[in-house]
Every structure is written in C-alpha cells, then in structure tokens.
Design a protein. Sequence first.
Length: 160
Amino acid sequence: MDEIEQIGFRLAEELNHQGIFAINWAGQLTEEDMSKLNQSIQNEYPEVLKMVNTFSERDVDIDPTISLLDSYKQLNDTELIKELEKMYLSFVTVENNGESVGATFLHKWIERELMIVKHVTEILENPNERLLLLVGRDHLWMLRKLFEGKGWTVINPFSD
C-alpha cells in the first residue's frame, strides 16, 4: 500500500470530499533507465554506491509497532530528505560507455516533477486555495523547491 491507499482515500472519505485528483505523471522514466543507472553505479562509481548504501542503511519503512502518524514522521525526517536529495544529485556524474545515464535519469525525474507541478497548478481554481498533496518521499525535495519557487507555502504535516 502506498500513500494513496494509506491516507488519500481514507481522508477524503472522512472529510466527505467529492473526489480526489490524480496528479502523477510517470513520464519517460523506465525500468531500463533505473536499471542502467544502478548497474553503472555498481560497476564504476564506488563513492555514489557508498552514498546509496548509506542512505539505504538509514532508511526507514512503515513500522507496524508504532502509530501510522509516527511512521510517517520517521519517513519524512528532514535530515533523511536532505540525504535523499544529495544521493539523487550525485547521480549526475554517472556515465556508462560515454552515455550520461545519471544526467538522463535526473532529466526524466525532473520532467516528471515539473509535470506534477503543472497538474497541481491546473487543478487549483483560486491561487489562495489550500491543497493536500500526497506524494512518495522521493518527490519531496524537488517538489518543495518547485512549489516554493512559485511563491507557495509548503507545509509537510509529517515533519517536525
């Protein structure tokens, strides 16, 4: 289950909302892109691999022994999000046989983020409206920058 099932549908029902808007856009990012990036990192980029492994070791998941709210707070830890951003941005240097696989991956990732911002912008009828946007943690660092760049106030209800 992801954030849509865990929070979105339940919250919309609880608040008697008429609907939920889908804003995700998968774009051009493929499993092959991710596999090529991973393989390149594994084979040729020990410093990037170390960063990925360090993040993976510190990473958390939903913990069934604590409340869902506390689990989401752990997932949205500010320092963990900063490490995630640093890890993603380290991919820019990754190449494979002269092909910039890291930059290509990031290009497609950022294109996806831009389309999410576009979809959110199209949904809002009034620029002063409030919006609850549920996205996976990997999106937080870039979407925050993009929305704040538009002059919006971004509040992560799960961060301290």
